[in-house]
Design a protein around this ligand. Structure first.
Ligand code: GLA
Length: 393
């Protein structure tokens, strides 16, 4: 009798505990980090228009990016101008004379998906209308247009507006729309979203806005690649399939960093299991930019199905070792040199949880070469560069 009562009690506890124990948004999307392109980093408000977006979709579909996994074509801030008397969002007709539905159809016709941007407050960061009070109406409209991805920003929110409840409201609105829509939370890490956003969004910005520079902390919070590296350290355990920490979009190819620095940027985003959203002018990119964005071996690390965010396992002055566990039992390792001079960096198997006696195949993911090593691996790493390897034991 007592035993039966105990079992019943445990069953009841399990029933009540289950919903809050669910760590990921159960919409079945973004099982690996989303990949695609977003208009903001290159085109911002001024340069955004439907011609740019169509040309970008054409390029992605034909230049190898689609084959490499880039899928979502996302328009960021400045596509909207106001609301009509019924509260429907009004599209900027100068920038998008054919309307959003036609643009989404066009993107879909290329075998790609279409994403859009809004804001949880009264106005977006560029002072276009936000979604507050219109969440269900907007979500219905996005679904009718064929939107597959929503990024929701956090500018011009009300005093004391709660991030978790605001984003939960939009999550419910998207769900009610009946269309599968990836939900990207963008409150810049300001309320530690990794602590609450797992069941709310598919990804959440964990950092302020990326700047197209290597090391450049801005007073308002934005920063370069090295600032973001430090902010991503320590929040690994909150990410996984369907719910990712987002260190912001890629700057690769925008001109503010060297090729070596952009390689580090891309390598580290893969170690982070970060969304890979190109942010450059893909219709006019250099061979070096293309080589970085299309490095399928690095992309495979980002898209690894285990979905573990890599972690910094060692910091020795200006040099660092980051390691990411992979689904095949191996490890991706990034040897990062933040210093001004080239230098050697060694990763010992012990640093990444393997016994020193083992031999491993070491695949260099930028040189595309294999070698065998026992106990440790050493590489000469250029200033601001990264040697990224895939180890198989
Ligand atoms: C914020 C976001 C950026 C971008 C701009 C648009 O700064 O963090 O990613 O969307 O707004 O105004």
């Amino acid at each position: 009798m007592i035993r039966r009562l105990t079992i019943a009690l445990w069953a009841a506890v399990a029933l009540f505990a289950a919903p809050s124990m669910s760590l990921a948004l159960e919409n079945g999307l973004a099982r690996t980090p989303p990949m695609g392109w977003n208009s903001w980093n290159k085109f911002a408000c001024k340069g955004l228009n439907e011609k740019v977006v169509r040309e970008t979709a054409d390029q992605i579909a034909s230049n190898g990016m689609k084959d490499a996994g880039y899928e979502y074509v996302i328009i960021d801030d400045c596509w909207q101008t106001g609301r009509d008397p019924q509260g429907n969002i009004v599209v900027d007709a100068e920038k998008f004379p054919s309307g959003i539905k036609a643009l989404a159809d066009y993107v879909h016709s290329k075998g790609l998906k279409f994403g859009i941007y809004s804001d949880a407050g009264t106005m977006t960061c560029a002072k276009r209308p936000g979604s507050i009070g219109h969440e269900y109406q907007d979500a219905r409209q996005y679904a009718a247009w064929g939107v597959d991805y929503l990024k929701e920003d956090w500018c011009n929110t009300l005093p004391n507006q709660n991030s978790e409840s605001s984003y939960t409201l939009m999550r419910e609105a998207l769900k009610a729309s009946g269309r599968p829509i990836v939900f990207s939370i963008c409150e810049w890490g300001s309320t530690k979203p990794w602590l609450w956003a797992g069941p709310v969004g598919n990804l959440w910005r964990a950092t302020p806005d990326i700047q197209d520079c290597w090391d450049c902390k801005r007073t308002w919070g934005g920063g370069g690649v090295t600032q973001i590296l430090d902010l991503m350290d320590g929040i690994e355990s909150y990410a996984g399939p369907g719910h990712w920490n987002d260190p912001d979009m890629l700057e690769v190819g925008n001109g503010g960093m060297t090729t070596e620095e952009y390689r580090t940027h891309f390598s580290m985003w893969a170690i982070f299991s970060a969304p890979l959203l190109a942010g450059n002018d893909v219709a006019n990119m250099t061979a070096q930019t293309k080589e970085i964005l299309l490095n399928k071996e690095v992309i495979a690390i980002d898209q690894d199905t285990l979905g573990q965010q890599g972690r910094r396992v060692k910091k020795m002055g200006d040099t660092e070792i980051w390691s990411k566990q992979l689904a095949d039992g191996g490890r991706a390792v990034a040897l990062v040199n933040r210093g001004k001079a080239a230098g050697k960096i060694t990763v010992a198997w012990n640093d990444i949880g393997y016994p020193a006696g083992l031999s491993a195949t070491v695949r260099d993911l930028w040189a595309h070469k294999d070698e065998t090593a026992k106990g440790s691996f050493t590489a000469e790493v250029p200033s601001h560069g990264t040697v990224m390897v895939r180890l198989k034991f």
